[in-house]
Design a binder for this molecule. Structure first.
Ligand SMILES: Nc1ncnc2c1ncn2[C@@H]1O[C@H](COP(=O)(O)OP(=O)(O)OP(=O)(O)O)[C@@H](O)[C@H]1O
Length: 329
């Protein structure tokens, strides 16, 4: 008997209801993760990466956005059918999260000890005050906060940006999650601190075996941090597969274009390749493949219907008619 995946997202649909009309921000997303997997979720701004994560966590902006279909299977349950109370238990304990700006996740009026201790208290994981203190110190050490004893009574404003994000990671870890969702966790950090933080995520993942979903614009970060990648375009995953496979020989023309737009390390390119054209207006998306107007492989048939995502012979998945017609690869 094959085991069910750790997380299985099936045909997820989340729409935003705006004055100008309905935006299909997440439009039939499906993927599965196993224990220990780290998935890089990439794509241009507005492609639906954050909305996908927020739909899984059920943290959508209300009343603007609503999940209207699909399933999010986690540990035998569909998260979309849980009560708000049950969902609060899942968030922070079973599924941890790290957002772009650590200040949003940290409470300015509570000490670091109090905030990092909260998940231990919630799940009754500490036997008394001194055990709780030891557990908080231990998790602060795991995220490499220097002199953690001296930091316990401090407040978030006394920490640097990198230390704040480490504290958010410590809070997530304190819940002992099976999955960590990190939505552009390094965007607010300096480049050198970014590297350290990503190294920390990898290290924690190796140690705990938790799975990771990492949202980023940066394919270089994905190459270094993840073993799987999902490329999103206009609310859909257009390519999904093993990182090495997808990044060394992309199947979808959009993935190919994203890779071409990457700066080459060690060179000083004056002008980076830019993907021509604009992402589609999601209020009025094209009837056919959403990438067709920008695609150098587009065929007449691409204008007619959005291609479904299909498994290719090498195991990865991609949504492209040119692939099916043998035009690509
Ligand atoms: N609160 C909101 N109200 C209306 N529409 C929204 C709202 N939040 C997001 N959207 C729309 O949903 C779509 C997907 O947004 P999302 O934030 O998921 O994109 P993203 O890929 O994470 O982009 P970025 O990389 O810029 O964070 C966008 O077209 C956006 O305009």
């Amino acid at each position: 008997m094959t085991q069910a995946p750790l997380l299985s997202v099936e045909d997820l649909r989340t729409y935003c209801y705006t004055r100008a009309g309905v935006v299909k921000a997440v439009d039939g997303v499906r993927f599965a993760l196993e224990r220990g997997d780290s998935l890089g979720l990439v794509g241009e701004s507005g492609s639906g990466k954050s909305m996908t994560c927020n739909s899984i966590l059920r943290l959508l902006p209300k009343p603007a956005a609503r999940t209207v279909g699909g399933r999010v299977l986690w540990d035998g349950r569909d998260l979309l059918t849980l009560s708000e109370r049950e969902m609060r238990r899942v968030r922070g304990r079973e599924i941890g999260m790290i957002l772009q700006d650590p200040l949003i996740s940290l409470n300015p009026v509570f000490t670091i000890a109090n905030q990092v201790g909260e998940p231990f208290r919630l799940r009754g994981a500490a036997k008394g005050r001194s055990d709780l203190r030891e557990k908080v110190l231990d998790v602060l050490r795991q995220v490499h906060i220097p002199s953690p004893e001296a930091r316990l009574s401090q407040y978030p404003f006394e920490f640097s940006g990198g230390m704040r994000q480490r504290t958010v990671a410590a809070i997530a870890l304190a819940g002992s999650p099976g999955l960590l969702i990190a939505d552009e966790p390094t965007t607010s950090l300096d480049v050198t601190i970014q590297d350290q933080f990503l190294r920390l995520l990898r290290e924690l993942q190796e140690k705990t075996g938790m799975a990771l979903i990492l949202v980023t614009h940066d394919l270089g970060i994905v190459a270094e941090t993840c073993n799987k990648v999902a490329v999103m375009y206009a609310g859909k995953i257009v390519e999904f597969g093993d990182v090495r496979q997808v990044l060394t020989s992309p199947a979808h023309p959009y993935t190919e274009a994203l890779l071409k737009a990457l700066p080459v390390p060690g060179t000083r390119q004056k002008r980076l390749y830019q993907i021509s054209g604009e992402p589609p207006n999601l209020l009025d998306p094209p009837a056919g493949c959403a990438f067709e107007p920008r695609c150098h492989r587009a065929m007449q048939a691409c204008k007619k219907a959005r291609p479904p995502i299909k498994r290719l012979s090498d195991g990865r998945q991609a949504a492209c008619l040119a692939l099916e017609a043998g035009e690509v690869r």
